[in-house]
Design a protein around this ligand. Structure first.
Ligand code: FPP
Length: 245
């Protein structure tokens, strides 16, 4: 097998699942699990910085999560607000560029303003692109990309008959970042749950039984090692991509 030890994913996406079950195991409310999950977020960001990962995309709140009990949604919003107030300066100091991806219009103005402020403040950073998917859905991303392409065609900027995969790709939320290499889902479920659908086309998938609050740098390294050991063929044969027969 070719250089399996030094293949580092450039872009990692994580579905951070299992906060609720982690709390339940401790006979505590689900929000206790989300707070513990937030600590895991910080540890994984720091681990990605140390390892030279270029982009990290975290699924913090899906478009379906609004259906959770109102007090849980409220507690998550409160957690996001406090995290923004507390963490942005430090992340900025580390050279992290923060971006929120999803339909931000649905959030309360106070939260939205802080999201925009964090994005503006860190826009010039280049060490790690940290994307926090909030009110995000993979189908939403496909629809908004198609809408942008259609609008550009109506304005006469592009020819509708020339909208192909490459052109459409340019309208996706994370279009300017390296392609998604590694998708990790913690918490034992083996589902994509409407996360990055378009971007997952050639990503390697790793499913971990570990509940998100327990997911640490060692678990991340295990996922990266798993990734490094795989042969990515993009539809070609093993021999064509330099592997065995
Ligand atoms: C899924 O676990 C987790 C969420 C819906 C929320 C993710 C939020 C955090 C990790 C906290 C803070 C994040 C940031 C970016 C500040 P679940 O509640 O579905 O767990 P369960 O499957 O065990 O019920």
């Amino acid at each position: 097998m070719e250089n399996s030890t030094n293949k580092l994913p450039r872009h990692i996406a994580i579905v951070m699942d299992g906060n609720g079950r982690w709390a339940k195991q401790r006979h505590r409310p689900r929000t206790f699990g989300h707070r513990a999950g937030q600590k895991a977020v910080r540890a994984i960001i720091e681990a990605c910085l140390r390892r030279g990962i270029e982009a990290l995309t975290l699924f913090a709140f899906s478009s379906e999560n609004w259906k959770r009990p109102q007090d849980e949604v409220g507690a998550l919003m409160e957690l996001f607000l406090k995290a923004l107030d507390r963490e942005v300066n430090e992340l900025h100091g580390y050279g992290v560029r923060i971006r929120f991806v999803g339909e931000l219009a649905a959030f309360a103005p106070a939260l939205r303003e802080r999201m925009y402020a964090a994005m503006e403040k860190t826009a010039g950073n280049a060490k790690l692109a940290l994307n926090i998917a909030v009110n995000y859905g993979g189908r939403w991303d496909i629809a908004q990309a198609a809408r942008q392409a259609a609008q550009a065609a109506v304005r006469g900027e592009i020819d509708a008959t020339q909208i192909d995969e490459a052109r459409l790709a340019g309208y996706f939320s994370l279009a300017d970042l390296p392609p998604l290499d590694l998708f990790i889902r913690t918490g034992g479920e083996k589902r994509v749950s409407n996360f990055l659908l378009w971007q997952l086309a050639y990503a390697e998938l790793v499913f971990s039984e570990t509940l998100w609050p327990d997911f640490d740098a060692a678990h991340l390294d295990a996922a990266i090692a798993d990734f490094a050991g795989r042969e990515r063929r993009y539809g070609k044969t093993s021999a064509q991509v330099g592997g065995g027969t």
